[in-house]
Design a protein around this ligand. Structure first.
Ligand code: FES
Length: 146
């Protein structure tokens, strides 16, 4: 399987690994099929993402995409962060092999779940944000059936 240099770099030296103790929002998602789990922590101040960290129990592509996704959202507003889709993360990593695309969905969903958690805790509504699901695989299944 061919991985880009950027994927290898973010896998070998992942950025933003860890936990934010006083996180404004925490999101955890899993993919029942491969058993991988990803947890994202966000620190949000004045509608802007000041810090982002993650813990991933998963494959190399899951580690690389969570590393890149957290890098991309840092400093962004909540609305801008919503534009950090799995496609955007993959592009920033110079692509992923087709069988690894679902791993980037895990990163997007974990990020959205953390934003959802923040919105719930603060009683705000984030335009365009959908509620998180427990199993990402199920979500993409549903999307395909629509
Ligand atoms: Fe499941 Fe990569 S194989 S997240």
């Amino acid at each position: 399987m061919e991985y880009s240099e950027k994927v290898m770099d973010h896998f070998m030296n992942p950025r933003n690994v860890g936990v934010i103790e006083d996180a404004s929002g925490v999101g955890q998602v899993g993919n029942a099929k491969c058993g991988d789990i990803m947890k994202v922590y966000l620190k949000i101040e004045d509608g802007r993402i000041e810090d982002a960290k993650f813990k991933t129990f998963g494959c190399g592509a899951a580690v690389a995409t969570s590393s890149m996704a957290t890098e991309l959202v840092k400093g962004k507003t909540i609305q801008e962060a919503l534009e950090v889709t799995n496609k955007a993360v993959m592009e920033a990593l110079d692509g992923l092999p087709p069988v690894k695309v679902h791993c980037s969905c895990l990163a997007e969903e974990a990020l959205h779940a953390a934003l959802w958690d923040y919105a719930e805790k603060n009683g705000v509504k984030i335009e365009g944000l959908k509620p998180p699901v427990d199993d990402v695989d199920e979500l993409h299944h549903m999307e395909n059936e629509e």
